[in-house]
Design a protein around this ligand. Structure first.
Ligand code: NAD
Length: 275
């Protein structure tokens, strides 16, 4: 028996990286899945985004684990498309119990006095507007079902601290904290819980097609192992996070074990914010 038997989870940014890891962990625990990703690159972003093929690969691996899976290509910045696809996913899968608001970007970076409006809007759109749009649509779906639900927003160490030349990312990830606490307050009467997991730096894993640390290292023109070393040192425990560390926390919050947890901002960061 899985801890998520009978639950249906929507995961954004599921083509690769942590989103793929969450999908695989949820499938192993018995959940059915709605998987979304943008599925194409965006010029302003310095690195390639997840592709349709990668999204289908995540879906294939989850089906192999026994999950029923629906996939949809969706830029979370597009509120209308989000509404349409959340409705479609719920109709296909018999409702929605869990949202993992995972999609996000770490590019472009830039100083607070220099970042272009276009760059600011891309990062804020993907990392804060998107989680609000998907969260709103998912919450209304859950309210209409009348059986409660749970929302997990993915923050970052940047939800607590500034990082040099990263104004839009830091502002958006701080915003996720406010979004989470507001959702927890507004949705508690409907037995819908909202929490935030704030990961430390997560190692890129070839099995998950992860790109984020590699992309940032390229943007800063630093070799990946040097960059990984800098971020490992940033954690009290001196190690990088693995995607599975974040997935296990998402499973816990989505399972009955998390039933009385709401409004919590939970670092899963090997002690980064305590250093
Ligand atoms: N990697 C890290 O070290 C780290 C640390 C802390 C927090 N995070 C956060 O974890 C989440 C997942 O990051 P990851 O490391 O797996 O990165 P990743 O780049 O490997 O995966 C992110 C996925 O989100 C998708 N995506 C991006 N913008 C989108 C949009 N507008 N609409 C729909 N899909 C979109 C991408 O296509 C990609 O498949 C992000 O929210 C990120 O900010 C990452």
């Amino acid at each position: 028996m899985g801890r998520l038997d009978g639950r249906t989870a929507l995961i954004t940014g599921a083509a690769r990286g942590q989103g793929r890891s969450h999908a695989l962990h949820f499938a192993e625990e018995g959940a059915n899945l709605a998987l979304m990703d943008i599925g194409h690159d965006v010029d302003v972003c310095a690195y390639p985004l997840g592709s349709e093929e990668q999204l289908e690969e995540t879906a294939r691996r989850c089906r192999e684990l026994g999950a029923e899976v629906w996939t949809g290509l969706c830029d979370v910045r597009d509120a209308e498309r989000v509404e349409e696809l959340v409705g479609e996913a719920a109709a296909q899968l018999g409702g929605l119990d869990v949202l993992i608001n995972n999609a996000g970007v770490s590019s472009p970076t830039g100083l607070s006095n220099e970042l272009s409006v276009e760059s600011w809007r891309f990062v804020m759109g993907s990392n804060l507007d998107g989680p609000f749009y998907v969260g709103r649509a998912a919450a209304n779906q859950m309210i209409s079902q009348g059986r409660g639900g749970t929302i997990v927003n993915i923050g970052s160490t940047a939800s607590f601290k500034a990082f040099y030349s990263n104004v839009a990312y830091v502002a958006a990830k701080h915003g996720i904290v406010g979004l989470t606490r507001s959702m927890a307050m507004d949705l508690a009467p409907h037995n819908i819980r909202a929490n935030c997991i704030a990961p430390g730096s997560v190692r890129d894993d070839p099995d998950l097609d992860s790109r984020l640390l590699t992309a940032v290292a390229e943007e800063w023109d630093v070799p990946l192992d040097t960059y990984e070393g800098v971020f490992a040192d940033y954690h009290l425990m001196g190690v990088l996070m693995e995607a599975k560390d974040i997935s296990r926390a998402c499973v816990w919050l989505a399972s009955p074990d998390g039933d009385r947890v709401t409004g919590a901002i939970i670092p899963v960061d090997a002690g980064a914010i305590s250093k």
